[in-house]
Design a protein around this ligand. Structure first.
Ligand code: F0G
Length: 368
């Protein structure tokens, strides 16, 4: 590529719209708002693969390395570019944290005002900091995510706001690119795709992406889609709205998912499953992944890893990996970076006591 072509691509952000333009709802006249999102690592996990056994291969799609630290950026680049093209007055979203962080960053880049409606006291500190630093108007409500989304829907109807939640099809279109990247790298779709389920936009997007790619003959098969909810916030698992969802994984603390029907369709069409994992299993999986594979994810993301353990080990799992074909390929999406939500782990770090600055004391503290 010539230097001029490289610079012109860099000026467009060099992200998912640049790489997957033909699959996205953009034209030459769409102004591209990008931070170079996507192209995230697909990391092979030797220890998890051994845990599944029989030659199966496990990968994580590490979405925490996106520009604002979560998968939301893939959808936000498309949603904000389209909002700018339509000359929208302002952006708005409800959020459990990551959508607001991403919307705030892309709105700043686009030069558009952005309002984020958040459940008060329930947003992980890193995410709140992000929305703040990028200059979004933060409104904390005395209610949960579902209440926030209801208000946002009403404001979107009455006012000049463009809603950048996953009810906006441009968000789903952008998020499809994660499935494209996996197939491009593996030259085939995986056999199983595991991911956390909150508002269920990501499950909807991956399924659309896998189907679209198979339609274009980039793959010959489709994965079974397996979603995991937290025990205290599991409306899809129970097929019932949860009025007061509760979980340590605040990103998926949702009782009435907007993409409920689409996720249920993806699960049944793909012959997949939905299951639940407890807060304890989520936190254990988060630490396991950090200490055994070097990947630090936020609690909601660890739900897919906790889910994988459950599929391997538990008789009560909705999907048993004991019966899957040998040499199956499994991809788990880890959706957000661990540094966004440090509070639970910080409490343990704060228990560390200083040691006097003497070599013998330090040696003793190391335990050598
Ligand atoms: N993981 C993380 C880290 C998330 O932030 C979310 C959703 C999910 C998983 C679930 O994805 O909603 O597409 O099923 N976060 C939204 C937000 C709701 O407002 O940031 P989903």
């Amino acid at each position: 590529m010539s230097m001029n072509a490289t610079i012109s691509r860099l000026k467009q952000g060099g992200g998912v719209i640049d790489r997957y333009r033909e699959f996205l709802p953009v034209s030459d006249s769409t102004p591209i708002v990008s931070l170079g999102e996507g192209n995230t690592p697909l990391v092979y996990l030797a220890k998890l693969s051994a845990r599944v056994g029989r030659g199966c291969e496990v990968f994580v799609k590490n979405e925490g390395v996106n520009p604002t630290g979560s998968f939301k950026d893939r959808g936000m680049t498309v949603a904000v570019s389209k909002a700018l093209e339509r000359k929208a007055r302002a952006l708005i979203c409800a959020s459990t944290g990551n959508t607001s962080a991403s919307a705030a960053a892309y709105a700043a880049r686009a030069g558009m005002p952005c309002a984020v409606i958040l459940p008060a006291g329930k947003i992980a500190s890193g995410k709140l900091l992000q929305a703040f630093v990028h200059g979004a108007k933060i409104i904390a409500i005395d209610g949960n995510f579902d209440d926030a989304l209801r208000i946002v829907r009403e404001l979107g109807e009455r006012d000049d706001f463009v809603i950048v939640n996953s009810i906006n099809p441009d968000r789903i279109a952008g998020q499809k690119t994660a499935a494209f990247e996996i197939v491009d790298l593996l030259n085939e779709a995986p056999d199983f795709h595991l991911l956390p389920l909150g508002n269920a936009g990501n499950m909807t997007a991956y399924w659309a992406g896998y189907r679209e790619y198979r339609g274009r003959e980039r793959s010959t098969k489709l994965p079974a889609m397996i979603g995991f909810q937290a025990v205290g916030a599991a409306p899809i698992y129970h097929n019932k709205v949860v009025e007061k969802p509760e979980t340590i994984a605040s990103a998926i603390r949702i009782g009435n998912p907007a993409n409920w029907k689409q996720a249920t369709a993806a699960i049944s069409e793909s012959i997949g499953a939905v299951d639940v994992v407890s807060d304890e299993e989520i936190l254990d999986a988060q630490i396991w992944l950090a200490q055994n594979e070097g990947v630090f994810v936020e609690p909601a993301s660890a739900a897919s890893i906790a889910g994988l353990f459950k599929c391997c080990d538990s008789k009560s799992a909705a999907y048993s990996f004991q019966e899957i074909p040998d040499a199956s390929r499994i991809v788990c999406t880890v959706t957000g970076h661990g540094l966004k939500d440090p509070d639970v782990i910080l409490r343990r770090v704060e228990e560390l006591k200083p040691v006097t600055a003497k070599i013998d004391n330090v040696r003793r503290a190391i335990g050598s």
